[in-house]
Design a protein around this ligand. Structure first.
Ligand SMILES: C[S@@+](CC[C@H](N)C(=O)[O-])C[C@H]1O[C@@H](n2cnc3c(N)ncnc32)[C@H](O)[C@@H]1O
Length: 242
């Protein structure tokens, strides 16, 4: 795998089983997405697992919070669905280390968006990379683009969350795994996620670890396993806020 020519030389590009690309991070010793299919994971685990696909299909305006924006693939998948269903979307995402534009270009995740959204999407992610730590970027798209409000925060999710005055319908918990990034899977943080969500909100994540399920219960969530994406993890998790 080639080393990438930018300010994150430790990250390497790799292809996944559905033809979409992801990154391998040697520090966390894991990829940003499932190698069984990055796009399949984004759709199945997050868009569908959090009921966001269903809400948008029903025309319900939806607010999604993502922990770990990374390559922006989950954002792109959700924007594409909002555009397809013509349903208003708010999307708030937090990222500690935004990726540099050459890496985003090499990943080409904007290709899943309608053509008129690709440039705005790339500019948005590049803007977050260039913004100082602690920055909050806000973007509004209105028709003929889909009706979308996006807030991107460049910060540690633990310090960012209490400053966000939000009440979200869905959470994509897409941090690195509990072994690499334990602080984003502990009861305190999961309770903070509960505080920024509405009753009946759904949290979706790929980790089914027993410790994660116990921490979710302690934080006031009701976790349930569900089947994973075809060819990928056997089970993934969705948790509801009673
Ligand atoms: C599995 S990747 C996210 C993949 C992403 N959702 C996507 O669609 O490409 C995990 C991300 O969490 C970020 N991260 C790690 N620690 C964090 C923290 N304390 N606060 C916010 N983001 C963090 C990493 O920089 C990385 O981009």
């Amino acid at each position: 795998m080639p080393t990438t020519p930018d300010d994150r030389p430790e990250l390497t590009l790799t292809s996944t089983a559905d033809g979409t690309r992801t990154l391998h991070c040697p520090v966390a010793d894991q990829t940003y997405h499932s190698t069984h299919g990055a796009l399949a994971e984004a759709r199945h685990v997050f868009l569908e697992g959090s009921d966001t696909a269903q809400r948008l299909a029903e025309g319900l305006a939806t607010h999604v919070l993502e922990i770990g924006l990374g390559t922006g693939l989950n954002l792109a998948v959700t924007l594409a669905e909002a555009a397809r269903t013509r349903t208003p979307l708010r999307y708030t995402a937090v990222e500690l280390r935004p990726l540099p534009p050459p890496l985003l270009d090499a990943l080409a995740h904007d290709a899943i968006l309608p053509p008129d959204l690709r440039n705005p999407f790339r500019q948005l992610l590049s803007g977050l990379h260039d913004a100082p730590q602690g920055s909050v970027l806000r973007e509004r798209w209105r028709p003929p683009h889909p009706d979308v409000d996006i807030t991107l925060v460049r910060d540690d999710a633990r310090s960012a969350l209490p400053c966000l005055d939000i009440h979200v319908d869905a959470i994509y918990l897409d941090a690195f795994s509990p072994s690499a990034c334990p602080e984003l899977w502990e009861t305190d943080f999961l309770a903070a996620l509960r505080r920024v969500s509405v009753p009946e909100a759904v949290l979706a994540t790929y980790s089914c670890a027993g410790a994660v399920r116990r921490a979710l219960v302690n934080a006031g969530w009701t976790p349930r396993k569900r089947p994973g994406p075809p060819g990928g993890k056997r089970e993934v998790l969705r948790a509801t806020r009673p």
